[in-house]
Design a protein around this ligand. Structure first.
Ligand SMILES: C[S@@+](CC[C@H](N)C(=O)[O-])C[C@H]1O[C@@H](n2cnc3c(N)ncnc32)[C@H](O)[C@@H]1O
Length: 285
């Protein structure tokens, strides 16, 4: 494992997220420090070449990490993220840390997602927005006394699927094409006491959905969403909704047009920073 790192101004965090969004060579971790205007960027790669490539482009330094120690070298613990009045997402790793988080936030459900290799600690605008939409959709279904199921396409850390289980979904499935993300999601499901959630290695682009779900969330990247609309639309149960994120503002028009051609009917668009999240139903369902 190799890590490229660099300290930079915190106001540029969005730009860095954007630069590394979809980079298949590794995972970007951004750490902020209370009271400081700097952030630390760390890009974790399996091999040295991609880390060196990033260094050549942006400066900074490259270190070799022993595989078993890479997490220990990683950034400081990110601050907890609150979602509506329901969740606190924190980086607790051990049972003791999870218990401590529960004691600190007694009125909220804790979702513990250590800053591991997979994307999805709740800090990114896209994850946070989908989590909020998920809380709202679950409340609506609960108020109507409806049972509901959820699929998390591009599960990363498994955070959305775990949240859905905690919100009362009766059936939850997540997938990612990255086997490391599937493994980390399974570990996070165990850590968060949501053992019924299933995670599978699936490439959404080659996916043939065999079931449908009431809520299908896909926080992937624009190009994947654009190509996967037909199968995503087919995976939504009658009366269900599709939540899409990972779309940059500049891509939103094209992305939603592709969705419309496939039968996606936009109901709500949320913009946070440079990121757009869309919620909608599916035609003829
Ligand atoms: C932006 S992260 C989202 C993670 C998490 N769902 C969240 O909301 O924080 C996108 C995830 O989609 C996965 N992904 C990208 N392309 C994919 C594909 N074609 N099929 C399945 N997963 C994919 C990536 O590996 C990554 O874990």
């Amino acid at each position: 494992m190799f890590v490229w790192s660099k300290l930079t101004a915190s106001r540029s965090a969005d730009t860095w997220e954007e630069r590394f969004n979809g980079n298949p060579d590794g995972t970007l971790v951004i750490s902020s420090f209370p009271g400081r205007k700097m952030i630390r960027l760390e890009f974790y790669c399996e091999s040295q070449a991609p880390a060196k490539k990033v260094q050549k482009q942006y400066g900074g330094e490259v270190r070799h990490l022993k595989p078993q120690n890479w997490a220990a070298h990683s950034s400081q613990t990110p601050p907890p993220v609150k979602v509506r009045d329901k969740f606190v997402i924190c980086a607790a790793k051990t049972d003791v840390e999870v218990k401590q988080a529960r004691a600190k936030f007694p009125n909220r459900e804790i979702i513990a997602v250590p800053a591991d290799m997979a994307f999805g600690t709740g800090h990114h605008a896209t994850t946070a927005t989908v989590l909020r939409l998920l809380v709202d959709a679950a409340q609506e279904r609960q108020a109507a006394g409806k049972k509901w199921s959820m699929a998390d396409l591009g599960c990363g850390s498994g955070i959305l699927a775990i949240a859905a289980d905690k919100l009362g979904a009766s059936r939850v499935w997540g997938c990612d094409y990255d086997p490391a993300a599937v493994k980390i999601s399974q570990e996070n499901a165990a850590r968060n006491n949501t053992p019924k959630v299933r995670f599978t290695k699936v490439d959404v682009l080659k996916w043939e959905p065999k079931q449908t779900w009431d809520i299908v969330a896909a926080n992937i990247f624009f190009d994947i969403l654009e190509s996967a609309f037909p199968q995503m639309v087919r995976s939504v149960a009658p009366g269900g909704v599709l939540m899409l994120s990972g779309i940059l503002k500049s891509q939103a028009k094209d992305c939603l047009a592709a969705g419309k051609r496939a039968g996606f009917v936009v109901q709500k668009v949320v913009t946070k920073g440079k990121w757009v999240t869309a919620l909608g139903t599916v035609k003829n369902r």
